[in-house]
Design a binder for this molecule. Sequence first.
Ligand SMILES: C[S@@+](CC[C@H](N)C(=O)[O-])C[C@H]1O[C@@H](n2cnc3c(N)ncnc32)[C@H](O)[C@@H]1O
Length: 212
Amino acid sequence: MPTAADPLFHTWFAALEKRHLANLTFPEVRRGLQALSTLYVERRRRLEAGAALEGAGKRAAFALFYSPLHFLLVRAVVRSLGAARPAPRLLVDLGCGTGAAGAAWAAAARGECRIRGVERSGWAIDEARWNYRALGVRGEAIRGDLLDETLPGRDSGILAAYAVNEIDDEGRPRLLDRLLAAADRGASGASPPSCRKRSACSTAPPDSTTAS
Ligand SMILES: C[S@@+](CC[C@H](N)C(=O)[O-])C[C@H]1O[C@@H](n2cnc3c(N)ncnc32)[C@H](O)[C@@H]1O
C-alpha cells in the first residue's frame, strides 16, 4: 500500500486526478468504472474488440482507478521477486495500456531500465507516454499487436500485466510458448495477477492456460 513516505506515487496520483477530472465529474468517472468492471466480469467477449477503452468515462476510470492499482501490484510483485536487482536493461511491456505496470517495474529499477510498451489502443499509447514522463521513467510506447512482438532474452524483462486474459484461445498458448522460450534465453518475466517463479527467472503463465 502507498504510504505518506511514497512521494512518487502520491505526486503521480495527484497529477492523474487533475488530468482526468478536468473534463469529467467524479460521478461520470464512477459510472465509467461500473461500465468497465461490467465489461471485464460479465461481457468479456467484447474485450477482444477493444471495448474496454471506448468512451471517455471508461478511459478515465481505467487511467485513474485501475492504472494506479496495477502500478502498486506490479511494484509489490517486482519487489517480492527481487526482479529490479539486477535491473533489466530492456523491459518489454506487452499490452502496456496506460504504461503504469511497466513504469512500476522501471521505477523500482531506478532508471536503469528502458521500457518498450506495445499496445493496440492509440489512446492508451498517449497515456503511457504521459505516465512515463510523470513517473520519470525512460520508455517508448508503440502501437502493435503483442502477439507479433519480438521477445528479448538476457538482461531483459517481459511484462504482460492484465493483458493475457484479453488474448483469444488460439493466441494464448502461442504467447505462453514464446514467453517460456524467452525465459530460457535469460529473460525475466511476470504476468500478474498470477505470478510464480521458474528457475533463475520468474515466469507466470496465465491461470487460464497453466495452473500456478
Ligand atoms: C487490462 S489492460 C492492462 C494494461 C496494463 N498492462 C496494465 O496493467 O495496466 C489490457 C491492455 O492490453 C491491450 N491489448 C489487448 N490485446 C492486445 C493485443 N493483441 N496487442 C496489443 N495490446 C493488446 C489492451 O488494449 C489494454 O490496453
